[in-house]
Design a protein around this ligand. Structure first.
Ligand code: UD1
Ligand code: CA
Length: 450
C-alpha cells in the first residue's frame, strides 16, 4: 500500500511578523518543517509533497530533494492547498496523510497510529483530535448524538455554545486518496474569507455516509501549532524538554535540564554528564563518560570518551579521548586534539593538530600548526601564522618544550626534543635536539609603505 504525505507550508504566517517564511523558523536548531518531515517519514512510504507559497523559493531551496514541492499561488486556504498536490499524486497513492508544517511537536508515532486507524477504516478519513481546556483558536469537533464525528467548525465562526466544546481539531488527517480528490472539488468557498477549508471535507464525508474516525490524543503539547513567536518559544521549551528527556533515558546525566540546550541532531553517549548552562549544537557527536560544562558552548564538534570541557567554546573541532579543556578555552574550525591533550585557560586553537599528550596550560594561540606528541606549549606561546596576506604552517616535533612567551613566526619547523627559551622569537627552522633562545626585535629593513 502506498502512503504519501502532503505537508502544508504555503501560508504567509502573518502573525510571526517576520521576513523569514514561518516554517523555516528554527526549533531546537532545525527549521520547523524539518521536524514535520521527520515525523512524516515514520508513517509514509513515498516521498512527501510540500505545498509551498509564501517564501516558496527559500523553502524549496531548503528542502532540496527531501521532498517534492508544488506551488500554491494565491493561497486560498488549507483545502485549496491540498488540491494543488492532486496532479502529482492522482492514481499514485492509496492513502494521503495531510499535516501542517507549523506543528513541530507532532510525533511520528502519532501519525503512524493515525495511518493504522485509517487502514482499518472503511470510511473516507481518520483524523487527530485532542481534548483540552485551552482551545488555542483551534477548530472545534462537532459530534452527533451517537458520538460520531459530524463536522469541524473553525474558531472564528463558532457560536458561543460551540466555543465551549473541548474537543479540538489537531490538524492531522489520513484520507482515502480517491475519495479525497473528488471531495476537495466539492468544498464550498468560505463566504467570509473566500477560502477553501480542508476542515469542510469532514462534513462532506458524513454527507456521503462514510464514517469519520477520530483518534483522540491526550498530549496537548504535541498539537501546538506555531502562529506567533510566543508559540515558537513555547514549542522550543517543550522540544528542549523532550530532547533532554530522550538523552536522560539513554543514560546521559543532565544536572539541570532547564538550562541545558541540546539541538535535535546531537548524539551523546551514556554516562556523559552535562552540567548546567551548556549549549550543544549542530552536528555534535560525543562518546561516553564525558563531563561537559558548566557554561560551555559546543557546536559541530566530535568528542570521544572521558573528556572534560569546562566553561569553554568549541566549534568545528575534533577532540579524541581523555582530553581536558578549560576553563575559558576556545577551539575553532579544524582544531584536532589527540588523546590525553590538556588545554587549560585562555587558549585558542584553530586549524591545528595537537598529537597525543600535548600540554598547553595557559594563554596560547595555536593556528595552522602540527604539534607532535607530548610537546609542552609554554604560557603565552603564539604561532604567528599570518603575515598580513597569507597563513603559514608551524610544524613542531614530538617531546618539544616551547618556553613561555615564545613567538613562533611561521612558516617554521621545530625538530623533535628541541627547546625554546622564555620570550624567544623564533624565525628560522630549529633542528632536532637543539636549544634556541633570545632574538629580541630589532630593525631589519625599512618598510616601503604605499
Ligand atoms: C488550522 C485548522 C484548524 C486547526 C488548526 C490546528 C483549517 C481551516 N483550520 O487552523 O481547524 O485547529 O489548524 O493548528 O485547516 N496553509 C497553506 N495554504 C493556505 C493556508 C494555509 O499551505 O492557503 C498552511 C499554512 O502554511 C500552515 C497550515 O496550512 O502550515 C495551517 O494554516 P494556518 O493558517 O496556520 O491554520 P490555523 O488557523 O492554525
Ligand atoms: Ca496554525
Amino acid at each position: 500500500m502506498k502512503i504519501t504525505a502532503i505537508l502544508l507550508a504555503a501560508g504567509q504566517g502573518t502573525r510571526m511578523k517576520s521576513n523569514l517564511p514561518k516554517v523555516l523558523h528554527a526549533v531546537a536548531g532545525k527549521p520547523m518543517i524539518w521536524h514535520a518531515l521527520e515525523a512524516i517519514k515514520q508513517s509514509t512510504t513515498e516521498k512527501p509533497v510540500v505545498v509551498v507559497g509564501h517564501g516558496a523559493d527559500e523553502v524549496t531551496k531548503y528542502l532540496g530533494d527531501s521532498a517534492q514541492t508544488v506551488l500554491q499561488s494565491p493561497q486560498l486556504g488549507t483545502g485549496h492547498a491540498v488540491m494543488q498536490a492532486e496532479s502529482l499524486l492522482k492514481d499514485k497513492t492509496n492513502l494521503v496523510v495531510v499535516c501542517y508544517a507549523d506543528m513541530p511537536l507532532l510525533r511520528g508515532e502519532t501519525l503512524q497510529k493515525l495511518v493504522e486507524l485509517q487502514k482499518s477504516n472503511t470510511g473516507a478519513l481518520s483524523m487527530l483530535t485532542v481534548v483540552a481546556d485551552d482551545p488555542r483558536g483551534f477548530g472545534r469537533i462537532l459530534r452527533k448524538e451517537d458520538g460520531s464525528v459530524q463536522a469541524i467548525v473553525e474558531d472564528y465562526v463558532a457560536t458561543p455554545e460551540q466555543k465551549l466544546i473541548k474537543e479540538l481539531n489537531v490538524g492531522g488527517y489520513c484520507f482515502d486518496a480517491k475519495w479525497l480528490w473528488d471531495a476537495l472539488k466539492r468544498i464550498p468557498k468560505n463566504p467570509q474569507k473566500g477560502e477553501y477549508y480542508l476542515t469542510d471535507v469532514i462534513e462532506l464525508a458524513v454527507q456521503d455516509g462514510l464514517p469519520v474516525q477520530a483518534m483522540v490524543m491526550d498530549d496537548m503539547q504535541e498539537t501546538i501549532g506555531v502562529n506567533t513567536r510566543v508559540h515558537l518559544a513555547e514549542v522550543e521549551t517543550a522540544m528542549r524538554a523532550r530532547i533532554n528527556q530522550g538523552h536522560m533515558l539513554n543514560g546521559v546525566t543532565i544536572l539541570d535540564p532547564a538550562s541545558t540546550y541540546i539541538e535535535a541532531s546531537v548524539v551523546i553517549g551514556k554516562d556523559t554528564v552535562i552540567m548546567p548552562n551548556t549549549y550543544i549544537h549542530g552536528m555534535t557527536e560525543m562518546g561516553e563518560a564525558n563531563v561537559i560544562g558548566p557554561n560551555s558552548i559546543i557546536r559541530d564538534t566530535e568528542i570521544g570518551d572521558r573528556c572534560k570541557i569546562l566553561a569553554s567554546v568549541t566549534e568545528g573541532a575534533v577532540i579524541e579521548n581523555d582530553v581536558d579543556i578549560g576553563p575559558f578555552a576556545r577551539l575553532r574550525k579544524g582544531a584536532h586534539l589527540g588523546n590525553h591533550v590538556h588545554m587549560g585557560n585562555f587558549g585558542e586553537v584553530k586549524d591545528s593538530y595537537l598529537a597525543e599528550g600535548v600540554k598547553m596550560g595557559h594563554f596560547s594561540y595555536i593556528g595552522n600548526a602540527q604539534i607532535g606528541a607530548n610537546t609542552n606549549i609554554g604560557a603565552g606561546t603564539i604561532t604567528c601564522n599570518y603575515d598580513g596576506a597569507k597563513k603559514h604552517l608551524t610544524e613542531i616535533g614530538a617531546d618539544v618544550f616551547i618556553g613561555s612567551d615564545t613567538m613562533l613566526v611561521a612558516p617554521l619547523k621545530i625538530g623533535a626534543r628541541s627547546r625554546t627559551g622564555a620570550g624567544a622569537i623564533v624565525t628560522k627552522n630549529v633542528p632536532e635536539d637543539t636549544l634556541v633562545v633570545g632574538m629580541p626585535a630589532r630593525a631589519i629593513k625599512k618598510l616601503v609603505n604605499k
